[in-house]
Design a protein around this ligand. Structure first.
Ligand SMILES: C[S@@+](CC[C@H](N)C(=O)[O-])C[C@H]1O[C@@H](n2cnc3c(N)ncnc32)[C@H](O)[C@@H]1O
Length: 241
């Protein structure tokens, strides 16, 4: 091998194999475990945020409490999502379907994919579907690190009071990102951590800057935050690439 051929060979190997692996490394999830720093959550941290515990299905009734209409204004939330009648929208961490059933009315020719990891929650959604004759909601059994949605299949995803408890936020957002069509939107609703008067435990809140930090790991552009809700941010992110 002459010298110039050797240097071309070495640079090609570097560009083909070493550079991409450096790039990929930046996009791997970095989780740390520090029980000593825990504020009562899981002790697992993602980008300096402690992940909370999952709300068990035993608390399902709490999700249907009447005060929620005032506190979280669910009808106004779904009305502000810009849904079209034929849209396919995912409700990630759907719980009892508090938001799924409202969105289903807005997408009569489309459907709602209600994703949850707890089969008991999905069973409650099935029960209500039968009772009310709703045919455009599909329950999806997700995994802690995978929403189990087909790629390029959804126009929007909604997460209400759920993302802060995902044990694998990086993998979940990757799965949602892959499932979104280009230009599709994520609506992320979390209690405002910037406001100490919001009466929710700190680990169940999130600041806007933290949410932007976590979403921008992927090509998800922060589009706007609708701050009409008494206690929550309604943050909108768009898949731009
Ligand atoms: C506090 S509840 C909120 C339910 C619903 N979004 C609402 O606002 O009424 C959070 C839900 O997220 C679900 N969950 C937790 N981790 C999840 C994951 N990785 N994928 C899908 N659902 C998850 C829980 O099972 C629970 O039903």
């Amino acid at each position: 091998m002459n010298t110039s051929f050797k240097s071309i060979f070495v640079s090609t190997v570097f560009l083909l194999f070493l550079l991409p692996s450096v790039g990929i490394a930046q996009h791997e999830p970095v989780y740390t475990f520090d029980p000593d720093k825990s504020q009562g959550g899981s002790g697992k941290f993602y980008l300096d945020r402690e992940i909370s515990h999952v709300m068990g299905h035993q608390g399902a009734q709490w999700l249907e409490r009447p005060e929620r209409i005032q506190e979280e204004q669910p009808d106004q939330v779904v009305a502000n999502m810009g849904l079209e009648p034929d849209h396919v929208v995912a409700d990630i961490g759907a719980g009892t379907g508090y938001f799924s059933f409202r969105m289903a009315k807005l997408v009569p020719q489309g459907k709602v994919m209600s994703v949850d990891i707890q089969p008991e929650m999905l069973a409650l959604i099935e029960e209500r579907k039968k009772k009310e004759g709703v045919t455009n909601i599909e329950g999806v059994r997700g995994e802690i690190d995978n929403p189990n949605l087909p790629p390029n299949s959804i126009d929007a995803a909604l997460m209400v009071d759920a993302y802060h408890e995902f044990s694998h936020p990086y993998e979940m957002i990757k799965g949602i990102y892959d499932a979104l069509k280009l230009g599709g939107k994520i609506f992320l609703l979390e209690y405002r951590a910037e406001d100490p008067t919001v009466p929710i435990r700190p680990l169940h809140k999130m600041t806007q800057s933290q949410a932007i930090r976590e979403m921008s790991v992927f090509n998800l552009e922060w589009t706007e935050t609708l701050d009409f809700l008494p206690w929550q941010h309604m943050m909108v992110f768009t898949k731009v690439e």
